[in-house]
Design a protein around this ligand. Structure first.
Ligand SMILES: [Zn+2]
Length: 200
């Protein structure tokens, strides 16, 4: 699909970074020694960058990368149980596959991804903040199903600007759980977006 970054999207992303809701990934803070299970969207225009990034992060601290991938269209947020009904089976499949993978491989760390722009999110009318919320819902659901797992959430951005015709600047951000834990923690950003809506 053709990514289109509106002025509003740009404002939202800038604000999420300013508020510390998207932060740079710090390899030293990630437990990746025993390997990780990643659950990204299958999007072939983005997966190479998603994988290269995390593979590079792992190389920082381990000698051999051990990245087990459970990818489906829509990525981690499929497990939120909040998308349209026809996606429920995909969410269930992803959940079961992750739980099977951690058991088979003896891995305890799971990284969930969502990305912008994602066709599945667009089909549901979800904005960047909604995608983040849905990913956190997915995290809670997976944690309920497998309480011993250590689950982290990441947001991949393709900052292609159709108007400027600029190159595809791609970044992966970490989503700190304390900033996304519930709607109350999201109030500052939701209020900010209300203001932004009037500006653009
Ligand atoms: Zn996608």
């Amino acid at each position: 699909m053709k990514p289109i970054l509106s002025e509003h999207d740009k404002h939202c992303i800038k604000k999420l970074i300013e508020l510390g809701m998207f932060i740079n990934v710090m390899p030293e803070k990630l437990e990746i020694g025993k390997g990780i299970v990643i659950a990204p969207c299958s999007d072939g225009d983005q997966f190479d960058d998603v994988y290269s990034h995390i593979a590079g992060v792992c190389k920082h601290t381990v000698t051999a990368n051990r990245i087990h991938t459970v990818a489906l269209n829509g990525g981690g947020m499929l497990m939120s149980d909040n998308l349209r009904q026809e996606y429920n089976a995909d969410g269930e499949a992803m959940l079961r596959s992750i739980i099977a993978a951690v058991e088979i491989k003896g891995i305890n760390d799971v990284f969930l991804y969502t990305h912008f722009p994602c066709a599945i999110a667009i089909a549901h009318g979800l904005g960047v903040v909604d995608q983040g919320r849905f990913l956190m819902m997915a995290k809670r659901r997976l944690k309920e199903a497998a309480p011993s797992l250590d689950i982290k959430c990441f947001f991949h951005l393709d900052m292609y600007d159709e108007k400027e015709g600029s190159s595809h600047k791609k970044r992966t951000y970490f989503m700190p759980k304390e900033m996304w834990k519930n709607d109350e923690s999201l109030l500052p950003v939701l209020n900010e977006f209300k203001n932004l809506l009037f500006k653009v």
